[in-house]
Design a protein around this ligand. Structure first.
Ligand code: ADP
Length: 487
């Protein structure tokens, strides 16, 4: 094989990372990372600068291309934070407004007021629940409130897309997205695989400003770098990429990602399951001419709570220290935390809920509070898993894990105990980047699905404690705390 590397770009919420993947060795041989800023201009608002995302992505990508040698790179795969919306000028490529980030709640009042008929259409066509989380209302808000996008729209120069589509435009000049990212906009028909005109009209989003949706393993465009032409041949939303990177290729296989937020995705095969419990139905993967679906439960805050203890409250210096602190006490001392800084996602969808600690006594220490925060992440995942089991009829016996906070052994063991299922942590923890690399390698004919499945190796499997009742009682207490946090 002449070109032995694929480069995976993981444009996440807090950082942009690029990795050089050696196809034969199934190994990342080099990585480059750039942190990305977020701004919080008002309560519940979250913005980013799309230019910063682009420059940092280009820096990380070029670092990797220089390491590998452009002539040795077969292609580039992109995975990205989903739902975050960028508006830009088709002529200059310059952003026309701040990027509105997936966590941003500025449109929650608008979404809460969506009429029943439209809510039903959203559920039936897009698989989503009407919420500020998804891109549609963010685009509407920018068009209603910002001058430059309006002017560009009138001149026929406006482009609107998720982060993948902006990066693709900047790197290759093509205006496209993949089905998994499109499925998070609340404007995409996940069965017919096209923009839904009725919903686009409802949100006043002209379909002309939206990118062309393509399968994840399409040939998206060509990037010129180091004197070579490198195809961008794989694009996936980060959670779907993690599902693919974890080799969850069949119905019933699933993963939980513990990053800034928490994302549980379960493969439902070629069947698009209609969720009943506030979960989402979404496109899981679209490769080899086949579209498969997933049930998804997402929580807006998980690792971000640990980050808050670290940076906001100064409890410790590094997120990893949360483990030692949590293990320094036998239990949370009756303290419960509800991770609702920006409202509650599935299954509650309560935009106005806010985080709380309860059960604090004079004896409560930082250690109890830290433990309560880590436990809340696991309880939140349990809520999602319980819904997923009810909706799909599947019985969860094993779940694969990844994301920054999956490094925390205490959290993973507690998760296994609370779920009553084993939690399988892979040797290759960068599942999102791996998914992007796999999509690209598959697209270029450098691997196949059988090989992808065979390449996954477990690093550690956490198995559940037999003390089922003890954990059920703790979970019941957490659920009481959730009801107190709700608006
Ligand atoms: P994203 O891709 O969403 O930017 P990552 O997957 O990189 O996020 O995970 C980063 C998050 O994980 C941070 O919020 C951080 O606080 C948390 N985190 C990282 N390491 C640990 C750890 N050992 N224990 C608990 N949380 C951790």
């Amino acid at each position: 094989m002449k070109k032995k590397y694929v480069i995976a770009l993981d444009a996440g919420t807090t950082s942009v990372r690029a990795f050089v993947y050696d196809i034969q060795k199934n190994l990342f041989v080099h990585g480059a990372q750039q942190d990305v800023c977020q701004s919080f201009p008002q309560s519940g608002w979250v913005e980013q600068d799309a230019n910063e995302i682009y420059y940092k992505a280009a820096y990380a990508l070029n670092d990797c291309i220089a390491f590998a040698g452009a002539e040795n790179v077969a292609g580039i795969g992109i995975a990205n934070q989903r739902e975050t919306i960028v508006l830009w000028d088709r002529v200059t490529g310059e952003p026309a407004a701040p990027a509105v980030v997936w966590q941003c709640r500025r449109t929650s009042a608008f979404c809460a007021a969506i009429e029943q008929e439209v809510r039903e259409r959203i559920a039936a066509v897009t698989g989503l629940v009407p919420d500020a989380y998804f891109s549609a209302s963010k685009i509407k808000w920018l068009l209603d409130n910002c001058e430059q996008p309006k002017t560009l729209l009138n001149r026929g120069r406006l482009c609107a897309g998720t982060v993948d589509s902006y990066l693709l435009y900047k790197f290759t000049g093509e205006f496209a997205t993949d089905y998994t990212n499109a499925s998070r906009t609340m404007l995409f028909d996940i069965r017919k695989l096209c923009w839904d005109k009725t919903l686009c009209d409802y949100f006043s989003v002209p379909t002309e400003i939206l990118p062309r949706p393509m399968p994840c393993d399409a040939h998206f465009g060509v990037m010129r770098a180091g004197g070579a032409e490198i195809p961008v041949a794989g694009v996936m939303g980060d959670q779907q990429a993690a599902l693919f990177g974890q080799a969850c290729l069949h119905a019933g296989e699933g993963k939980i990602t513990y990053g800034t937020g928490l994302f549980l995705l379960f493969h439902t095969g070629e069947k698009c399951v209609r969720p009943r419990e506030g979960l989402l139905s979404t496109i899981g993967c679209a490769v080899n001419g086949k579209v498969t679906y997933a049930l998804e439960g997402s929580a807006f805050n998980a690792g971000s709570c640990v980050q808050w203890l670290r940076d906001g409250l100064g409890f410790f210096e590094t997120s990893a220290e949360s483990e030692r602190l949590a293990c320094s006490v036998e239990n949370s001392g009756g303290v419960y935390f509800v991770p609702a800084f920006t409202g509650l996602g599935a299954p509650h969808w309560d935009a106005d809920a806010r985080a709380l600690f309860c059960g604090i006594t004079r004896g409560t220490t930082r250690a109890h509070m830290t433990r309560a925060v880590l436990e809340s992440i696991a309880f939140n995942a349990k809520e999602l898993a319980a819904c997923m089991e009810r909706d799909s009829g599947l019985c969860l016996s094993c779940v694969r894990c990844d994301g920054g906070a999956s490094a925390n052994d205490f959290l993973m063991q507690f998760q296994s105990d609370v779920l009553g299922a084993s939690v399988d942590r892979p040797a290759q923890r960068e599942s999102t980047a791996l998914g992007a690399a796999f999509a690209c390698a598959l697209s270029l004919g450098l691997t196949d699905e059988r090989e992808i499945a065979a390449r996954r190796v477990s690093e550690r499997v956490f198995t559940p404690s037999p003390e089922r009742e003890k954990y059920a009682a703790l979970y019941a207490q957490y659920q009481k705390a959730v009801s107190r946090a709700m608006s």
